[in-house]
Design a protein around this ligand. Structure first.
Ligand code: ARG
Length: 460
């Protein structure tokens, strides 16, 4: 029997039941739903809607139900449509007529919004902590290989030499932005809808502000219709996870490239690689490929929810039940990706001989030859053309650039620029990729990591 059977003469068809039940996936919300119910009961007690004894009995019963969930013995009955009804049904079984007062001045509409906000608040905080963990791991890789450099690429063509620490810090900066975004979306999720009722509030003397405070929300809703309709906090969480997933995907793509025989820049340890069922020699970077591959479904989860929300009139519509599976999936997947990617990067081995050889490709120093001419008074465009012509000749005729430079009347004195590592040390401008700006940048990133850590601590 459903909790609303009073108005109906027959039960639900199996087909509708199968379509509409959500317990099969929203049962994971039990802890947050019980948290919301406790605050609601305390509010009913404060308002005198239930007596002190009834409040105590309800709170004890909610504790007992929590214990059943925590120990895995909670049993769903066939009429439990979702987690909210399952808990209310059980509370009523245990507490009798007092249990039937639990849902006073509350609707599942404000209840589910409250529960999901509590869940999202925790989830985004946890993901932010893990994203920051990956940023710290990347920073550590830079610390382990302070002098290693590699080619920096544009268009995946060798462009200019960069310190490895500069390269991994670039990824870390993106992750720190993810942490910030997740934590600011947390602020918007951290508003209580409890007390909005079905859509328009209630005639009973409840205080949404007090239940908001009880639940650690920063404040209560302003508008009851908005409170039960709003899933922006889910969309924001999904976007932030999707973008973080895209960053992990780019990291993954790079690891896939770096660990090929063709690049040979890095190896992953055996515990973070997989073999082939057929080809004995294979050592595959599946971890990186999955980090790349998972981003597709993270973007899909965001897109799906936005489309679900797009056509909805105010206020609650059952379509909103479709907010949960994408959210749960994205939270779970990003957790898996961040953990595995941190592990893989934590033990990565960089082959500095290979990266150095690639970065000392003389053509990479072409810009430095041009800038050498600029310092001596040649307009940049002219210098660019002069060096470009030498590069063209070197490539076409197969003559080493260094020989052409040595024989060039303008550039003969510049040939040291083509010696090992020289182009790297010439990257001196602030924020650039050479050793001179590196000290400052290391400090800046470390400050940023500390600031994000503090922000996370404040969020708890
Ligand atoms: N399981 C529902 C959901 O996730 C709970 C809210 C149901 N409200 C309603 N009016 N049917 O959205």
């Amino acid at each position: 029997m459903t909790l609303w059977h009073g108005r109906f003469s027959t039960g639900m068809s199996d087909a509708l039941w199968d379509l509409s039940e959500s317990y099969s996936f929203d049962h994971v919300l039990w802890r947050h739903d019980l948290m919301g119910s406790r605050a609601h009961v305390r509010g009913l007690g404060r308002a005198g809607i239930v007596s002190a004894e009834e409040m105590t009995l309800l709170l004890e019963t909610l504790d007992a139900v929590e214990e059943e969930f925590a120990s895995g013995v909670f049993v769903r009955t066939p009429s439990d449509e979702d987690i909210h009804m399952a808990i209310e049904r059980r509370v009523t079984e245990i507490a009798g007529p007092t249990g039937a007062k639990l849902h006073t001045a509350r609707s599942r509409n404000d209840q589910v919004a409250t529960t999901l906000r509590l869940f999202t608040r925790d989830a985004v905080t946890d993901i932010a902590a893990r994203a920051l963990g990956l940023a710290a791991t990347l920073h550590e890789v830079g610390e382990r290989y302070p002098d290693v450099y590699l080619p920096g690429y544009t268009h995946l063509q060798r462009a200019q030499p960069v310190l490895l620490s500069h390269h991994v810090r670039a990824h870390a900066w993106a992750l720190v932005r993810d942490v910030d975004r997740l934590l600011s979306s947390r602020d918007r999720a951290n508003i209580s809808p409890l007390g909005a009722g079905a859509l328009a509030g209630t005639s009973l003397p409840i205080s949404p502000e007090e239940t908001a405070k009880d639940l650690g929300f920063s404040r209560a809703f302003e508008n009851s219709l908005d409170a039960v309709s709003d899933r922006d906090f889910v969309a924001e969480a999904l976007f932030n996870i999707a973008l973080l997933g895209v960053h992990c995907s780019r990291l993954g793509e790079e690891l896939v490239l770096w660990t090929t025989s063709e690049f040979g820049f890095a190896s992953l340890t055996d515990d973070f690689t997989t073999g082939s069922s057929m080809l004995p020699q294979k050592k595959n970077s599946d971890v990186a490929e999955l980090a790349r591959g998972k981003s597709g479904r993270l973007v899909g989860n965001l897109t799906g929810l936005l489309v679900t929300l797009k056509g909805l009139p105010l206020s609650y519509n059952r379509d909103l039940q479709e907010d949960k599976e994408p959210l749960f999936d994205s939270v779970r997947q990003i957790h898996l990706v961040l953990t595995a990617l941190s592990g893989a990067y934590g033990s990565i081995e960089i082959h500095s001989d290979v990266t150095r050889a690639a970065a000392d490709d003389p053509l990479i120093a072409a810009i430095d030859l041009a800038e050498w001419m600029v310092v001596r008074g040649t307009p940049f465009r002219q210098a660019h053309e002069h060096v470009g012509a030498l590069v063209g000749r070197s490539v076409r005729d197969g003559v080493p650039l260094v020989d052409l430079v040595a024989a060039d009347p303008v550039l003969a004195d510049a040939r040291d620029i083509l010696s090992q590592g020289a182009a790297l040390t010439r990257r001196t401008s602030p924020g650039g990729s050479g050793p001179t700006p590196a000290t400052r940048q290391r400090e800046l990133l470390m400050n940023e990591l500390r600031r994000a850590e503090q922000r996370l601590r404040d969020a708890h």
